[in-house]
Design a protein around this ligand. Structure first.
Ligand code: AMP
Ligand code: MG
Length: 361
């Protein structure tokens, strides 16, 4: 065997399937050893899968950027398993400590003042750091066993939809990480909410709702337009805001009008497009789309959120000419859903037949 083939073989990840109801701790231990040795591990969290490395090891963290093709000015979220570990990387403001202790572990990422000693590559040179304590038992056990905070962005190639199953992550990273822990489907299927605690501003809506933040901190966070995904930030409040996100290869357009009018708007395009959205709207369209990707019922935004990324990944396998998706009410999970749909459709949205035609030109 030549040196070249052996190095290619070495880059094939070991896939370890984990049964959630009876997790095999020796597999998690093996993954933790890999983290401690400076390797890359894809692991499940309750939001989406993460691609992780030892947050205190700069060269290990650099491998994440390479595997994801992530711009180096977009910092990573540091995952911790307890408050002591959080204090190692960030300064927790005293006035918020009780609220944070009552919320974590959960899908809420906090932007906090960074401690000295964190590698620059993790914070992209900022004075702040993003920290989260995930509630997923496998993620928590992996961090505990690693005995170090784990820097982990979402397990997807930059700009592509996030992985909500081990299968998605294998598709992206089989040849570029050491271990993939595959525990099936993610519970929320949408990324964590990012809250800048210093300015008490929502930077990214996600699996922890605005309503839950307001209840825990007894005040409402500021909600800038960029967090809604209504426009890309000129000067990014969060570095991630200025990049394209979640883009399927298929051209996606967001319908912002009344679902009952969509059928007549789309009738000239009969048989040429796919539809992704609620069962209720798919029913109104009948057999007109080439294919419908039903994300769930309008009455259950949490289900729509959970199925959104797998819908976007599946969409590309349909090879449709273009795809139409629809809008959801921006409360609860609806806020995160609309942020992702606006970005996934690269802000191509329409209300009328004329506007659709313009989008398609
Ligand atoms: P992901 O790429 O899914 O891990 O998302 C992490 C998000 O948190 C990205 O949009 C980052 O830009 C953002 N982020 C991480 N660290 C910071 C920070 N110190 N200040 C503001 N945003 C941050
Ligand atoms: Mg991401």
């Amino acid at each position: 065997m030549t040196a070249k083939t052996s190095s290619v073989l070495k880059m094939r990840a070991t896939i370890l399937k984990i049964n959630r109801s009876n997790p095999n701790l020796s597999k998690i231990r093996l993954a933790a050893e890999t983290i401690r040795k400076g390797g890359l591990v894809v692991f499940p969290t309750e939001t989406v899968y993460g691609i992780g490395a030892d947050a205190m090891n700069a060269s290990a963290c650099r491998k994440i950027f390479k595997a994801k093709k992530r711009p180096s000015d977009n910092p990573l979220i540091v995952h911790v398993s307890d408050m002591e570990m959080a204090e190692k990387v960030a300064i927790i403001p005293r006035r918020y400590r009780k609220a944070i202790e009552s919320i974590w572990p959960s899908p809420l990422t906090l932007i906090l003042k960074a401690r000295a000693g964190l590698p620059r590559v993790v914070t992209a040179g900022l004075k702040t750091v993003a920290v989260r304590m995930p509630s997923d038992e496998i993620a928590l056990e992996l961090i505990r066993q690693s005995r170090t905070p784990i820097a982990a962005p979402s397990a997807n190639i930059s700009k592509k939809p996030s992985s909500t199953s081990g299968k998605h992550a294998i598709g992206y990273f089989l040849k570029s990480v050491d271990i993939i822990l595959d525990a099936g489907n993610s519970k929320f299927g949408i990324e964590s909410t990012v809250l800048d605690l210093g300015h008490f501003t929502l930077l990214r809506p996600g699996a922890f709702t605005m309503e839950e933040i307001s209840a825990a901190f007894m005040k409402k966070p500021k909600l800038p337009k960029e967090a809604l995904g209504l426009k890309e930030a000129k000067k990014a409040l969060s570095p991630g805001m200025k990049y394209r996100h979640y883009s399927p290869d298929t051209k996606l357009m967001l319908y912002e009008g009344d679902p009952s009018r969509l059928k007549s708007i789309l009738s000239p395009w009969k048989g040429r497009f796919a539809f992704m959205g609620s069962g209720e709207t798919a029913f109104l369209l009948g057999k007109m789309p080439v294919k419908s990707i039903i994300l769930g019922s309008r009455k259950e935004p949490r289900t729509i959120a959970r199925n959104l990324f797998s819908g976007l990944i599946y969409l590309d396998s349909l090879k449709a000419e273009f795809c139409i998706t629809e809008s959801f009410t921006e409360k609860g999970y609806g806020l995160a859903i609309m942020n992702r749909l606006r970005k996934a459709s690269s802000h191509k949205h329409f209300h009328t037949a004329e506007e659709l035609e313009k989008c398609l030109r």
